[in-house]
Design a protein around this ligand. Sequence first.
Ligand SMILES: N[C@@H](CCC(=O)N[C@@H](CS)C(=O)NCC(=O)O)C(=O)O
Length: 213
Amino acid sequence: MITLYGYWRSSAAYRVRIALNLLGLEHKHHSVHLVQDGGQQHHDDYVTLNPTHLVPTLIDDELILSQSLAIIEYLDEKYGSHQLLSSSLEKRAQIRALAQDIACDIHPLNNLRVVQHLGHQAEFNANDKAQWMNHWMGVGFKALESKLQQTAGQFCVGDKPTLADICLIPQMYNARRFSLDLSAFPTLERIEKNCLALSAFDLAVPENQADAS
Ligand SMILES: N[C@@H](CCC(=O)N[C@@H](CS)C(=O)NCC(=O)O)C(=O)O
């Protein structure tokens, strides 16, 4: 049995939920509340599983795995025969590059612990924090909108959803949560609409999770 330790609003866990749904994999969900009780990601029982103090963590039989992109590629290779990437070497590289634009260059700057640290060390208030988030999402989205002109069909690369879309949709959710003006990113919005029309993406939306509050 596969168990996913995640949190409804975690975009990295949201990525894994979409992948599990696209691959049609049954799984149990274990909620790790990132704010309550000082952040359950810092509790000893969770840190034993995942010393990074971050969600998600996936358990599949004896394997305990962190890092959403590694988890998704593992699931795809074990259960999905590379359907979340591409049979084309060049397209696989493009998909991974887009996924990393989001997962390595946008998301970490907006992570909860970074923004909490800005509050403690630099006295950022809620408005400063929202501006910080939107600044880095805006920089990243500008690059994505441009890159997608070369690769997009109905989805980020061609006409089927891939790892790139799996990373894009949670980041779009965050952008909407922090009211980023998306008018300069019509391709991102078009792809978002196409993805959310699929049940695998819709079922993974944060508000549709059992631990949503
Ligand atoms: N690179 C990691 C990032 C994981 C990550 O940043 N998770 C966030 C939620 S989206 C988290 O657990 N944050 C808790 C914190 O900042 O204290 C991945 O892709 O899995």
